[in-house]
Design a protein around this ligand. Structure first.
Ligand SMILES: [Zn+2]
Length: 263
């Protein structure tokens, strides 16, 4: 987790010879390194990353635009981060994906030493919910945890706390989905082999609340898990209170591909 020294050593602000307009999104600190006294650690990291990308572009003499959200979380507010996710889903549902147009080689190089995802998603393990695709996002943009039934366990909390407190994700979306087998099995209280039924107690409160309608129970589950995350994690609760993080619940329609926010 000690990634800061690597970032500092790779910073080459003197190579920032490229105009901010080349990027889809302006880089606030592209003019040069901010002074330490008025520069947050995050601000400095942006400068460092901007320098690296600009240097790279200049060195190879390339004209194309750098990948969008190259400093993923950058200056996004929680609301803007959520909007970014929803915009990506809009591109997905209208077949206007652009994530694959980004230069994956550059993204890999830029994110090898660090990651600054702007959002985190807790989704089901279901194969019909390919999270990056659903939000039209590429390498380094979203921090994804997946478990059947998108339930909040201590390991999930630990992962999402790391995403928020260390990596700086601005929004956490807990996303249920249509025709979820985990919720369906909980409703039916089926006999299942092995430890599959270990999921049931996590999902049962949603079934108790919403009844046996699958969609209603799935939506209730997403909302309950989001609320649980806000309450069970002091880290998440603290960041939410400070206005630095937002936790929302959503529902993914596996047929239409659209994500609806539930709160
Ligand atoms: Zn599912």
């Amino acid at each position: 987790m000690n990634f800061l020294p690597n970032l500092i050593s790779s910073a080459k602000p003197e190579k920032q010879e490229i105009a901010p307009s080349v990027f889809h999104r302006p880089i606030s600190s592209v003019e040069g390194p901010a002074s330490p006294e008025n520069c947050s650690r995050r601000g400095f990291l942006q400068t460092a990353a901007g320098g690296t990308v600009a240097g790279l572009l200049t060195a190879v003499g390339m004209e194309f635009a750098a990948p969008d959200s190259i400093q993923a979380q950058s200056t996004l507010s929680p609301d803007a981060a959520l909007q970014e996710l929803m915009n990506g889903n809009q591109r997905f549902t209208s077949n206007r994906l652009k994530a694959f147009d980004e230069d994956l080689g550059m993204l890999k190089q830029n994110t090898a030493e660090k990651q600054e995802p702007f959002a985190a998603v807790l989704s089901c393990a279901d194969s019909r919910v390919p999270v990056e695709l659903v939000f039209d996002q590429s390498i380094g943009h979203i921090f994804v945890t997946r478990v059947a039934g998108n339930v909040v366990t201590s390991e999930i909390i630990a992962s999402l706390e790391y995403g928020a407190a260390v990596l700086g994700t601005k929004v956490i979306l807990v996303m249920g989905h249509g025709n979820c087998g985990a919720v369906k099995a909980t409703i039916q209280a089926k006999e299942v082999p092995g430890q599959i039924s270990a999921l049931y107690p996590h999902i049962q409160p949603a079934v108790d609340q919403a009844g046996s309608n699958l969609e209603a129970a799935t939506k209730a589950n997403a909302k309950i898990q989001a609320a649980l995350l806000r309450e069970a994690s002091t880290v998440v609760a603290g960041l939410v209170k400070e206005g630095k993080l937002k936790v929302v619940a959503g529902y993914y329609d596996v047929l239409s591909g659209s994500v609806t926010l539930l709160e």
